[in-house]
Write a protein that binds this ligand. Structure first.
Ligand code: GLN
Length: 483
């Protein structure tokens, strides 16, 4: 039962082959048995799950239908869930029970999803390895000595290990696409503003975007359908109609213009990944796509710009966690300043503290123009590069990551080495564009992802290309040994 995709589950439930309650029990037992090897969950919500499963079965018995009605999922632990711990992977929020549901959580619950638990993540979504969590590192089910990617590493490891079919995640600089690539999943970062951020604990508000992590493009379409849409509670949510994503999957790729940026194939890219990217291009050519070399000349500036803008926004967003208004409070403070210092010093981990310091520095008087303002100008240049490229092509294709998943601990002493791994993903966040990573092969037994980028609100096009690719390849069907 645990091998079913969301689409297969929807068909099985509709055909009354099994109930949501039966499926939920199977998956909860599987999580209890296997998750100790992975550490992909921070909290399990068995009682909630069984209640939601029974309610979904009752709704079906009353004649209701829907692809998500009775579908088991999990939420990254930065989506607020009413009455349930929402830790953001941090000691700072270890005892925080959210007083309300995030819009994404409420929408998916209304569609009938069953919440099995809250998944592990890098602390405050900062990281590319899921090693900065207060609750310990997550292991990659393909090789437990390796990282699963971050920051949505818990969602990715759980779905890859078939503990559940799909999960929510968020992507500020790659945190949906990069763990998808590292664990052989399909992950979609929607256009900025497509999915509500209300109730999603903020890291860098102008970059954060929620989206689906699943095994197939077909499943991403189903989950995105339940997440997307205008939300008056989020002032950056965009009031555009949500298309039928599942209906977009079957379009022909005949004549689709795919741009491959020449800058992507620089020295930093593992040549074995480059080869797999070229293979995926050939596969899409067979399906009728036309390939064109393009250029994104400002790409080289994106990492430094991102690692100024994201920490700057983080330093502002995280100032509310001071032990007074929100978050962990230290024991026996001597005075107010001691309370602030120790609450934040004890509540935040090293990477979060590093980013708060970098961000506060970049925003301070005297340095603002030199760093923050400069970074914002680079951001516009990155966006302009994409706008020029999308005048010539419909999709941009390249690697999701320069290397496959590294060993746990390998980059712990060198944060910049970890930042450099985000080179292919962060440009989409800087520009606000939608991006998808799909499985495209293996290197040393570790999965490799190919990234597709599209113009604003063309999530359907990304899902279409990925689905057609998946109909003609079987990388996405490979399962890690032991799971
Ligand atoms: N690795 C990037 C960072 O650490 C992106 C994280 C994310 O997308 N949440 O900021």
């Amino acid at each position: 039962m645990h091998h079913m995709t969301l689409a297969e589950i929807a068909r099985g439930l509709a055909d009354k082959k099994f109930s949501s309650e039966e499926l939920t029990k199977v998956l909860l037992a599987r999580i209890a048995q296997l998750d100790p090897q992975l550490n992909s969950f921070i909290s399990l919500t068995e009682e909630l799950a069984l209640g939601q499963a029974k309610a979904a079965d009752a709704r079906r018995a009353n004649g209701e239908s829907g692809a998500l009605l009775g579908a088991p999922i999990a939420h990254k632990d930065l989506f607020c869930t009413q009455g349930i711990r929402t830790s953001c992977g941090s000691k700072m929020l270890d005892n925080f029970k959210a007083p309300y549901d995030a819009t994404v959580v409420a929408k998916l619950a209304a569609a009938g999803t069953v919440t099995l638990g809250k998944t592990n993540m890098d602390e405050f979504a900062m990281g590319s390895a899921n090693e900065s969590s207060y609750y310990g590192a997550v292991k990659n089910p393909w090789n437990r000595e390796h990282v699963p990617g971050g920051s949505s590493g818990g969602s990715a490891a759980a779905v890859a290990a078939r503990l559940l079919p799909a999960a929510t995640a968020t992507d500020t600089g790659g945190s949906i696409r990069q763990p998808a690539a590292f664990t052989n999943l399909t992950g979609l970062k929607p256009t900025y503003g497509r999915v509500s951020r209300w109730g999603m604990i903020a890291y860098a508000s102008s970059l954060d975007q929620g989206g689906p992590l699943a095994r197939t493009a077909e499943d991403c379409a189903i989950l995105l359908q339940g997440m997307a849409g205008f939300d008056p509670n989020d002032s950056t949510s965009i009031d555009e109609p949500v298309p039928d994503y599942s209906a977009s999957l079957n379009g022909s790729l005949q004549g689709l213009r795919i741009g491959v940026p020449k800058e992507y194939f620089s020295a930093g890219l593992d040549p074995r990944i480059a080869e797999l990217v070229h293979n995926s291009v050939k596969e899409l050519e067979k399906l009728g796509a036309v390939i064109k070399e393009i250029s994104l000349p400002n790409m080289q500036h994106a990492i430094p710009a991102y690692y100024v803008i994201a920490p700057a926004e983080a330093s502002s967003n995280l100032s509310r966690f001071d032990g007074v208004r929100f978050g962990y409070r230290c024991e026996n403070p001597e005075n107010l300043i001691d309370l602030y210092k120790r609450s934040r010093g004890e509540g935040f981990g090293a990477e979060v503290q590093r980013r708060i310091m970098v961000g506060a520095y970049a925003l301070s008087a005297g340095y603002y123009d030199a760093y923050y303002l400069k970074a914002q100008k680079i951001r516009r240049l990155v966006k302009n590069d994409f706008m020029a490229a999308f005048n010539e092509v419909d999709i941009i294709l390249g690697p999701t990551t320069p290397n496959p998943a590294w060993k746990l601990g390998a980059k712990n002493s060198d944060p910049v080495a970890e930042y450099l791994e985000d080179v292919y993903t962060i440009t989409a966040n800087l520009a606000g564009l939608p991006g998808l990573s799909m499985p495209a092969g293996f290197v040393d037994g570790l999965p490799v992802g190919v990234q597709l980028l599209a113009p604003y609100f063309q999530e359907g096009r990304l899902l279409n290309v990925a689905h057609q690719y998946q109909l003609n390849t079987d990388w996405h069907t490979r399962t890690p040994t032991g799971f």
